[in-house]
Each structure stands twice: as C-alpha cells, then as structure tokens.
Design a protein around this ligand. Structure first.
Ligand code: AMP
Length: 415
C-alpha cells in the first residue's frame, strides 16, 4: 500500500509517501517514495518536494489554505515530473495517515477516521487549541481531495502515554478539576518515543516486555519518557507541551506562581505570559540570541558568549535531572536513548547531558559518541557500561504509515 502521511500545522503541511504493508512491516522493508513540506500556507507558500532518488524541487506559489496545499502535493506526486514510479494517479494512494496532536483520554491507539472519531478529535480542541484544528483541516482537506471512501487514520502524539499510571498523570490539584476539565498530564511526542523504543528492542533483539529505557527527544521541542516493559510510565510534557525540559523557545518546568508575577510586573495578560513561556523562553530566552542549538554551540565556542554557554548548561542540566528522576521512578533502566535534531546530531550536548552520571553506570565512549551524527544509529556508551546510551534517529512518519496499514487491515495494534 502507498500511504500518504500528513502532518498539518497552522500554516504548514509536511508529508511523506511510504510504501508499506503487513509483510513489509514484518520484514522491515518499508520504502519511502517521497517527502516534502509546504510552509507559510495562507500567503506565498514555500514548497519543497522530493522524490526518493531525485533532487529536491523548491518553488513558491500562492496557496490559500491546507486544502490547496494538499491538492498541490497530490498533483505533483501523480505527475510524470515527480519521478515517483509507483504513483501515477490518486488511485495509487491507498490510505492517508495523519499526525494528530491531542487525543485526550479517549484515544489510546491509532484509529480509522470516521465522523465519530472526527468529532472526538474536535472535543480535544480545548486541550490543544493551536494544533488539533490544523490537524482537522488536514483530515477534511484529504477527504475533499481523495473522496470520503479513502481510508484515513489518526495517529495521536498523546496515545503512547495513555499507559501512565494515575499517580504519574494526576497533578496535585483539587481532584474535581481533573473530573470537570480533564486537567492531567498527557505527554506528547508519543510516536517518537514509541518509535525509538521499538528500534532499540530491534537492535538488541529483545522483546517489548524486556524494554526498560529512558528516551530523550531533544529537538526544537524536547521531552523525556520513562519506558518500562515497553510502556510509557512517565513523561516530561504535561497538559500541554510546555512542561518539562528546556526547549528551543519553551521554558519547561517553572514555578506556576511566576505566571501571575510576570503578569503583574510586566502588565501582561495570562494569555500573553503563556505565549512568552512558549515562544520567547527556553534557549532563545536565556541566550537572547537564538533557539537554534547549533548556532548556540558555535557562539559559545567561537565567541565564548556567556549567555549562550548558560543556555546550553541549563538545557543539559535539566535533561540530566530528568534522567536521574526517571531512574528513581523506574527502579533502574538499561539504556538512555537520544533522538530529535539535537539528540541525533550533537555529540557535545549528549556528552554534557551524561556528564557526572558515571557513578550510576552511564559511561559514554567519546569516539563512538562523536562518530554518531547525521542520522547514524547505534551505541555510544562503553562496552560493559551498566547503563547503555544509544543514538536512534526518530521516524514518526514511518510509524504513522505502519499504524495506518494496521488500521486499514484491521490488525490489533500493540504499542
Ligand atoms: P528538530 O526539532 O528535531 O528538527 O531539531 C531542531 C534542533 O536540532 C535545532 O535546535 C537545531 O539547531 C538542532 N540541531 C540540528 N543539527 C545539529 C547539530 N549538528 N548540532 C547541534 N544541534 C543541531
């Protein structure tokens, strides 16, 4: 089956076309046929389209909305010039898989999208007011472009973390707030944490039940997960993606009283403070320079910039603290896995996150650590380390495509 994977944001549509099926999943022979992104939808959009084996095509075009972007992607994919041999018409796309950010407590697994599921995703808009509406637009656009009969699946960022136990997901707030408004920790990046845990057990040749790891997704957004016996038992993001680790522009954990304090001192509304915590904090806020870790590392090295150094230090310290707390929460683990743009590429950040953890058995091998960049997968700890370390590049799109196949084929999913 050729699966179109769509990740629709408020002004962007990212996509991949992946050839997969149940036997391909079993043999690990899925094949990516194309990928690309349309950014700045709503104005003069920036378009990148890339068929495997060919060169990336870059262009701009005025695109009104998500529907226009999906339409453009499909017309390109089906055209002679795209060079995708297996896709000649819309009939060659056999299903669509959508990344959906919030599935609340209702969606514990990926599902085929029906009207009922769509209204369930709508019910979660309260919890993800920026993301779910964009995901819904993508689903509706694909329905319009392909016809309502084409199977579409929703793969939720929150679903993998639905195994969190009650004492982990509940905040110590008046219980009726949970009952009335479902205020609790949900966690995000679930598809990424799930994928790297799955790859880890494949690399180790072990079962799901034997998988006890801490996964660190360090990208522009960052989160950690504690995975015991293959299940997510704790994670750093909460009701929203703001909680937890320091991120590109998000603060991560803070004292909640700061919100009112900033509001009073700076004359801002609660909404404006929330926006400040989401968009002007984290690496950007501390450094005053950028949210881009690569630039900060350059700045710290080349110019010894104090605030760039501080931003990196605070980022690494927070991640280290989470490793320690998850080891305590899980009663030990077998490995720490790094993924995401920073986790996959920066040996320096990985080394600094693990600094001082030798006493708990986490010993990096400097040569292996520096050798792993640019999507190279494997072990970066010393042989015999009690707590191993791995770099595993994430592939959320692959998991979305596979879940879509499983939904279409009616196969029970095991997370
Ligand atoms: P993501 O959101 O997963 O795409 O990750 C984006 C982040 O990864 C940005 O902060 C980038 O600066 C960072 N990144 C990508 N490559 C490197 C690198 N070689 N060294 C350090 N950070 C990197």
């Amino acid at each position: 089956m050729n699966i179109l994977v769509l990740n629709c944001g408020s002004s962007s549509v990212k996509f991949q076309i992946i050839a997969t099926d149940l036997d391909r999943i079993a043999q690990n022979t899925d094949e990516r046929l194309a990928r690309g992104a349309v950014e700045r939808v709503g104005g003069e959009a920036i378009i990148m389209l890339h068929a495997e084996g060919g060169a990336a095509q870059r262009s701009t075009a005025p695109l009104r909305d998500t529907r226009a972007a999906v339409d453009l992607i499909i017309r390109w994919a089906c055209s002679e010039s795209s060079g995708i041999a297996d896709v000649r018409s819309v009939a060659d796309i056999h299903a669509v898989g959508h990344r959906v950010v919030h599935g609340g407590e209702r969606f514990t697994h990926s599902v085929l999208i029906s009207d009922e599921v769509l209204s369930g995703i709508e019910d979660c808009i309260d919890l993800a007011p920026l993301h779910n509406p964009a995901n819904i637009k993508g689903i509706v656009a694909a329905r319009e472009v392909f016809g309502a009969w084409l199977p579409q699946a929703a793969v939720f960022d929150t679903a993998f973390h639905q195994t969190l136990p009650e004492q982990v997901y509940l905040y110590a707030l008046p219980y009726q707030l949970y009952r009335r408004h479902r205020i609790r920790r949900y966690g995000f990046h679930g598809t990424s944490h799930r994928y790297v845990a799955y790859r880890y057990r494949q690399l180790r040749g072990i079962t799901r039940e034997e998988t006890n790891v801490i996964t660190l997704h360090l990208g522009n957004g960052c989160s950690a997960a504690a995975i015991r016996a293959g299940n997510s038992v704790d994670t750093s993001m909460g009701l929203t993606p703001l909680e937890g680790l320091v991120m590109g522009t998000r603060s991560g954990d803070i004292d909640p009283a700061i919100v009112d304090f900033i509001a009073a001192k700076e004359g801002l509304s609660a909404q404006e403070v929330e926006s400040l915590l989401n968009k002007q904090s984290g690496l950007l806020g501390i450094s005053g320079l950028t949210n881009d870790m690569r630039d900060l590392l350059d700045e710290a090295r080349d110019n010894n910039d104090r605030r760039a150094r501080l931003a990196i230090e605070i980022f690494c310290y927070r991640a280290r603290k989470y490793i320690g707390s998850y080891l305590a929460a899980m009663g030990g683990a077998d490995a720490v896995i790094f993924t995401g743009g920073i986790g996959e590429n920066s040996a320096e950040v990985r080394a600094r996150v693990c600094e001082g953890l030798e006493w708990m058995g986490l010993e990096l091998d400097a040569g292996r650590n520096t050798a792993h960049a640019g999507g190279r997968e494997g072990v970066i700890s010393r042989d015999g380390a009690r707590l191993a370390a791995y770099v595993i590049p994430t592939d959320e799109e692959l998991l979305i495509a596979r879940d879509t196949v499983r939904c279409v084929r009616g196969v029970t999913q095991r997370y």
